[in-house]
Design a protein around this ligand. Structure first.
Ligand SMILES: Cc1cc2nc3c(=O)[nH]c(=O)nc-3n(C[C@H](O)[C@H](O)[C@H](O)COP(=O)(O)OP(=O)(O)OC[C@H]3O[C@@H](n4cnc5c(N)ncnc54)[C@H](O)[C@@H]3O)c2cc1C
Length: 577
């Protein structure tokens, strides 16, 4: 299987194909669930289109804690099936589906009481480790270990001595969530799926009660078109209810948004060789290693305001700082915070439970013929959600559809990855790049590194790092546009790279250079370069001042002051026909 690019020409071709033929399935939503559905459906031999109103993964799927995990705390809720399923997915993703993107990560669980807590946490982790075994495969991460206070402090000297009596070390896995989605979509496209971002579903096509496709608007041009499909899958996360409203309010799923924020601080601010998990009153707080940084989070509060740009308030930031500072010998201050991001969990709404107790499990429904809705769940179990949604699609199609095979489909860049990793020193020699750079590129592109290195070989100026974000090469910016579906500066600085949260300037310091690099592949003139930089800068300014506000309402109002480079109007309320 070759690789597929998601550049501007491929987007235009995908839109043309979606308009020209009746598809088996059209998927609405380009987060991890929609992307997973597209891959599942196309690898079962179905014809597939996918539309995303914003940038790929710009909803929740770029704003998570980035853990591929079973969720230790679900054990306390006796939700063993959920934990087992998620841990089996962890094993698959780590070892077969995406070994280049998903990596093991250790966590220290500090204990604060003597005997009983060690027994309690220890037995939880015995269970956690054993639920992680998949028949015929290994767990993919080491087992847990008990540590004395002295050993724990040697691993994490940043912790206050008084903050622990001992600890347990256990392993989970992590991923760059936004990059994973783009890789899923590139894999789906390589199997023949037609994929387009900045394309909004604005209404359903109907024949009587039956849904027969969707009306879409290309938000870059304003052009509208019909996409006919035998089944439509709605995978719009926290926008589920809005889409459901378009079928006349007959839906059966209600999704509530719960906000979680994360802080990013430089690695040297917390002296530790392992991640840390802390209990909070409501849930847990993670300190997660992230390259040369730490990601710290998260919160869990109800959110009924703007869903495209959930804003972190001063109170959210103080909550995270207060909790982490409770265990750190040298407390963090707001000046240590490089980046902040907020995301919305798509929770299946129950009666009147608190958001942290709402269900993380997913549902699939078929509210009217021709329409499948999938919602809830978590990132780790996206493949299971996709499989269940396509099973429902198959049920609605009048033909035999083979079972899901995505457990055997490595993502683009995975095939041959271990061998390429082992020859990274040769790659470094051949390309003239330092081996540390090659490792960084292998972790981001896997075996597709060749495509990036070709850009570098053709133009040596692309081998230079960005001035002001030197973890990233200039070639990666160009590649984001030519191969990874980035259409605007924000897409590159926020999701294809993580410069917007990994630098104190939040990307503003490299905006001009990156925009100039994008101008060629995206066909921008001088004015467009200027416009892209202005919009990006305004966004960062609005986010910074929203983070000074005490309440969600104030933070939201200020964040919304920064306009979108490609606005997304509310979809049409009336059915098209
Ligand atoms: C703070 C936080 C931390 C988390 N941490 C973890 C974790 O560590 N591990 C884990 O497993 N899970 C985690 N999760 C959960 C996980 O991130 C989500 O369950 C998952 O990303 C949801 O993906 P999705 O595809 O359903 O939604 P989304 O990613 O939001 O995708 C929906 C997409 O639909 C698009 N859309 C909406 N309307 C339209 C329309 N009309 N036309 C076209 N497109 C449309 C949106 O633009 C959006 O991109 C976390 C969530 C949060 C908020």
């Amino acid at each position: 299987m070759g690789t597929a690019s998601l550049g501007p020409a491929e987007r235009a071709a995908a839109l043309a194909r979606m308009e020209a033929e009746e598809l088996d399935v059209v998927v609405v939503g380009g987060g991890v669930v929609g992307a997973g559905v597209a891959l599942d459906a196309v690898t079962r031999g179905l014809t597939v289109g996918l539309i995303e109103a914003r940038d790929f993964a710009s909803g929740t799927s770029s704003r998570s804690s980035k853990l591929i995990h079973g969720g230790l705390r679900y054990l306390e809720q006796y939700n063993f099936d959920l934990v087992r399923e998620a841990l089996q997915e962890r094993s698959l993703l780590l070892q077969r589906i995406a070994p280049h993107l998903v990596r093991p990560v250790p966590f220290l669980f500090p204990l604060t009481h003597h005997v009983w807590e060690r027994a309690y946490v220890g037995s939880g982790l015995v269970l956690y480790d054993s639920l992680g075994f998949t028949p015929g495969s290994t767990r993919g991460v080491p087992g847990h270990r008990h540590l004395s206070r002295g050993r724990a402090l040697r691993l994490a000297p940043a912790l206050k001595r008084s903050a622990l009596t001992g600890a347990v070390l256990y392993w989970d896995a992590q991923v760059d969530d936004a990059r994973y989605v783009v890789t899923l979509l590139r894999t789906a496209a390589a199997y023949g799926a037609h994929v387009a971002s900045r394309t909004q579903m604005v209404g359903f096509l109907r024949e009587g009660e039956r849904v027969t496709g969707v009306r879409v608007r290309d938000l870059e041009t304003g052009r509208e078109a019909d996409v006919r499909a035998r089944q439509v899958v709605n995978a719009t996360g926290v926008w589920t209810d809005e889409i459901q409203g378009l079928v006349g309010g007959r839906g059966q799923i209600h999704v509530r948004a719960s906000k979680g924020i994360h802080l990013v601080v430089p690695r040297d601010r917390i002296h530790s060789s392992t991640g840390i998990i802390l209990r909070t009153e409501k849930s847990v707080l993670f300190v997660i290693p992230w390259g040369r940084h730490w990601i710290i989070g998260t919160t869990d509060t109800r959110w009924d305001l703007d869903r495209s740009h959930p804003a972190a308030s001063r109170s959210d930031i103080d909550y995270v700082l207060d909790h982490v500072n409770a265990v750190l010998a040298v407390p963090l201050t707001r000046d240590d915070v490089e980046g902040v991001y907020a995301g919305l969990r798509p929770l299946l709404a129950g009666e009147s439970e608190e958001t942290s107790k709402l269900s993380r499990e997913h549902v699939v429904t078929h509210p009217v013929p021709g329409l499948v809705m999938v919602a809830g769940g978590k990132y780790t179990t996206y493949r299971i959600m996709a499989r269940d949604a396509v099973d429902a699609v198959a049920h609605g199609l009048d033909q035999r559809v083979p079972p899901s095979c995505t457990d055997r489909i490595p993502l683009a860049g995975a095939d041959g990855y271990p061998a390429l990793w082992n020859s990274r020193y040769h790659l470094a020699e051949r390309s003239g790049l330092h081996v540390a750079r090659i490792e960084h590129l292998l972790h981001r592109y896997g075996t597709m590194i060749d495509e990036v290195l070709t850009l570098v070989a053709e133009d040596r100026s692309l081998a230079r790092p960005l001035a002001g974000a030197d973890d990233y090469l200039r070639a990666e910016v160009v590649y984001a546009a030519t191969h990874e579906g980035a259409r605007h500066l924000n897409d590159v600085l926020t999701r294809r790279t993580r410069i917007s949260i990994e630098t104190f300037h939040r990307g503003v310091g490299v905006a001009q250079e990156a925009a100039e690099l994008l101008a060629g592949p995206l066909g921008w003139d001088f004015d467009q370069v200027k416009r892209e930089v202005e919009y990006y800068t305004k966004r960062v300014e609005a986010e910074r001042s929203s983070q000074e506000q005490d309440t969600d309402q104030e933070a939201d109002a200020i964040r919304l002051g920064a306009p979108e480079i490609v606005p997304v109007p509310p979809p049409d309320k009336r059915p098209v026909r």
